[in-house]
Design a protein around this ligand. Structure first.
Ligand code: DU
Ligand code: SF4
Length: 227
């Protein structure tokens, strides 16, 4: 299966009834407010460079961000913060990301989310995380050079631990703890390393919990670790 065919399959997924209902309800209610645009209201596939050695793993699409535009992290404040950082650190060709077809290209990075449908209150359940994980496994079958996973927040860190196991790598032992700047890798070198950062949500970026230089440092570290 090609990456394009996988993308088509992902965007048709209906495995999580609660999330299917929510993503469609939000889209139906909000379409009127964005009448000049297509309101996506479907699962969000990964985006970026298929040769990436750095995987950026988010939590889930925002109801009025990716769930509206159809591209991961595109069209909301978290994405504005993330793509500006990716541009400063040389992973993105432009500092902004507004809609599909805006010319954005990534080099060396692939971005996806642990859960591909917008969840109520930005909180997917553990079951939804586990149900969506095979999509990330399938994506990484195509994006197979990934050496480090930048985990945006603790939920993504947890998903990345599961992802490693689902990809056939040994469990990380002892279980590594999430933190901003936390770096874990297997001494034997099997499977991708994990690198933690606070999530670039407004709650963190407006309060100074996560600053531009903190995120830039993590992305530079990711590049170094990925080699
Ligand atoms: O069920 P669990 O022990 O919480 O493990 C969940 C998930 O995290 C499983 O895919 C293995 C991985 N994991 C790990 O990599 N290292 C640990 O020490 C514990 C769990
Ligand atoms: Fe499918 Fe993932 Fe959306 Fe669940 S969250 S419906 S598994 S794409």
């Amino acid at each position: 299966m090609t990456l394009e065919a996988l993308e088509a399959d992902v965007t048709a997924c209906r495995r999580c009834p609660r999330l299917v209902a929510w993503r469609e309800e939000v889209a139906a209610v909000r379409r009127a407010a964005f009448a000049d645009q297509i309101y996506w209201g479907r699962p969000i596939p990964g985006f970026g460079d298929p040769a990436a050695r750095v995987l950026i793993l988010g939590l889930a699409p925002a109801a009025h961000g990716a769930n509206r535009t159809g591209r991961v992290f595109t069209g909301d404040r978290s994405g504005d913060f993330l793509f500006a950082a990716l541009h400063r650190t040389g992973f993105a060709n432009q500092p902004t990301s507004t809609h599909r077809g805006d010319g954005l290209r990534l080099t060396g990075a692939w971005i996806t989310a642990a859960v591909r449908c917008a969840p109520p209150a930005n909180k997917p359940t553990p079951q939804e995380r586990d149900t969506c994980l095979p999509w990330t496994v399938a994506e990484l079958g195509h994006v197979s050079a990934v050496r480090v996973i930048v985990c945006l927040g603790a939920f993504a860190w947890d998903a990345a631990l599961r992802l490693r196991v689902a990809l056939g790598h040994p469990r990380a032992r002892p279980r590594p703890k999430f933190g901003h700047g936390a770096l874990w890798y297997d001494d034997a070198g099997t499977g991708p390393a994990l690198l933690g950062t606070y999530h670039p949500s407004q709650q963190n970026t407006f309060t100074g919990v996560l600053t531009e230089s903190m995120l830039d440092d993590v992305l530079r570290t990711a590049r170094d670790v990925a080699g």
